[in-house]
Design a protein around this ligand. Structure first.
Ligand code: PXG
Ligand code: PLP
Length: 442
């Protein structure tokens, strides 16, 4: 059934690949043809275990028939319907189901199509809320160094990945950043949350002193930074950030595009850390990666704060053609059914200890300078080669791919976070391939 198109018959020129070294890739392509459960199959028929749940999104594993069937049914009954001044029941149904599993109080749901759109949407809601609350001078947005909030102008501006910013000279004005929490000197090889660094949340006080609290609308952080190599927050850090935001009337946004939908062994990172933000962005696992979708969860305070003025007035001038796309909603509802039936939103809790212990066995291998795990997220950081940052990480990624393990690489760190259906034997297999490759890649 599956068409295994041979790379040598495939024209590679037209597809301008995202976040890829296009020329390097096209000289030696790595191609997946199909996927099932925990594995991809390459175009040349090799099985490759999926160490990163696609791009952190295939939480229930690949090839879920239930989602495919729901998508087909939806396409045949209502393929598209507008959500601007019109509705369709499945969108309301999906929002209710999401609200039911959301962290306490975050039960108002705005649909987008991606994590980038969720980030920009949350930032715009924060600005609109502050205006509606009679605080129109609160226009400043605060991000954090090493943060990733997607590629829109808003998300890129609050993001703190230097390469993502440097290539594009223009960013939103009125944006500032608190310092990141990555501290190898004090926290390398921590088995629990990093013990040191809660005080780094106080960097927000510096920005308050510099700019004035009355100019700051919101702070956005990833509870665990994903793209920059799985950086868990120091113990007590997020609690402190929440307190400081409350003290200064600043909204707190958690970007849970990666951490949402069970990745830490709780439905959301907000549950894991016991800290509730005012707004929470999601995407990826919301449809098991099958159909593009995202959602911003807002507290009643934020939502109701905007439900003012005449009833005939549009309260939020924002939305996407495909907000609440019926096919995405169908995929999302089927995904939530699977998460619920198989207990996947909390399954990681029972595996996190094994995940952590197995990864930490790599300590002592050549060039390994840190191992970090939290929930079912893990990263191994290698020391950079002299004058070639990222090259060792890239070679490791390619070596592992050739030997049957796929994962994401971020500079000289590699990040793994599997589908939440993962078994111990898969964890053993991943760490074994990775360990052998680390020994080979000098
Ligand atoms: N916020 C966070 C925290 C993310 O991780 C986005 C926003 C943007 O989502 P979209 O759907 O617009 O890509 C992300 C996306 C990686 C990797 O391997 C991470 C992401 C995407 C692709 C690769 O680190 N995160
Ligand atoms: N550009 C043009 C010319 C449009 O008409 C629209 C939507 O109607 C957009 C961009 C935005 O597209 P989307 O709603 O899919 O984000």
């Amino acid at each position: 059934m599956t068409v295994h198109q041979k790379p040598n018959t495939l024209q590679l020129d037209s597809f301008w690949m995202p976040f890829t070294a296009n020329r390097q890739f096209k000289a030696a392509p790595r191609m997946f043809a199909s996927a099932e459960g925990m594995h991809y199959t390459t175009v040349d028929g090799r099985k490759v275990i999926d160490g990163s749940a696609g791009l952190w999104c295939v939480n229930a594993g690949h090839g879920r028939r239930q989602i495919a069937a729901a998508v087909e049914r939806q396409l045949m009954s209502l393929d598209f319907a507008p959500s601007f001044q019109m509705g369709h029941p499945i969108a309301f149904d999906f929002a209710e189901r999401l609200a039911a599993i959301a962290p306490q109080g975050l039960d108002r749901v705005f649909f987008t199509n991606s994590g980038s759109e969720s980030a920009d949407t949350a930032l715009k809601i924060a600005l609109a809320y502050q205006r509606a609350a009679g605080q129109p001078t609160r226009t400043r947005l605060i991000g954090r160094e090493r943060g990733y909030h997607g590629v829109g102008f808003g998300g890129m501006s609050v993001g703190g990945i230097v390469n993502n910013r440097r290539a594009f000279a223009t960013h939103l004005p009125g944006v500032d950043h608190i310092v990141h929490t990555h501290d190898l000197a004090r926290n390398a090889f921590s088995k629990q949350l990093p013990p040191h660094g809660a005080e780094l949340a106080d960097d927000l006080e510096r920005l308050v002193a510099l700019h004035g609290a009355e100019t700051i609308a919101a702070v956005i952080v990833e509870p665990v930074a994903g793209s920059t190599g799985v950086l868990a927050p120091p113990q007590g850090y997020l609690q402190r950030l929440r307190q400081l935001c409350d003290k200064h009337g600043i909204l707190l946004i958690f970007d849970e595009v990666i951490t949402g939908f069970g990745r830490l062994g709780t439905p959301f990172a907000a549950n894991y850390f016991g800290v509730t933000p005012d707004l929470m962005t999601t995407a990826k696992g919301i449809t098991n990666g099958t159909v593009p979708m995202g959602a911003v969860f807002a507290s009643r305070k934020i939502h109701d704060g905007l439900m003012t003025g005449p009833e005939s007035q549009i309260e939020l001038f924002h939305g996407y053609t495909y907000s609440a796309h019926p096919v995405a909603c169908a995929a999302g509802l089927a995904t939530l059914d699977i998460y619920e039936d198989e207990g996947l939103l909390t399954r990681g809790a029972s595996l996190a200890g094994y995940w952590s212990d197995t990864f930490h066995q790599l300590k002592g291998l050549p060039n390994v300078i840190d191992i970090r795990t939290v929930g079912l997220m893990g990263a191994v950081e290698l020391s950079p080669r002299k004058d070639a940052p990222g090259a060792r990480g890239y070679d490791l990624m390619v070596d592992c791919f050739n030997r049957g393990l796929y994962f994401r690489q971020s500079g000289d760190a590699v990040a793994l976070s599997p589908p939440l259906i993962v078994e111990r034997s898969h964890i053993d297999e991943m760490v074994s391939i990775l360990g052998d490759a680390i020994k080979r890649v000098a």
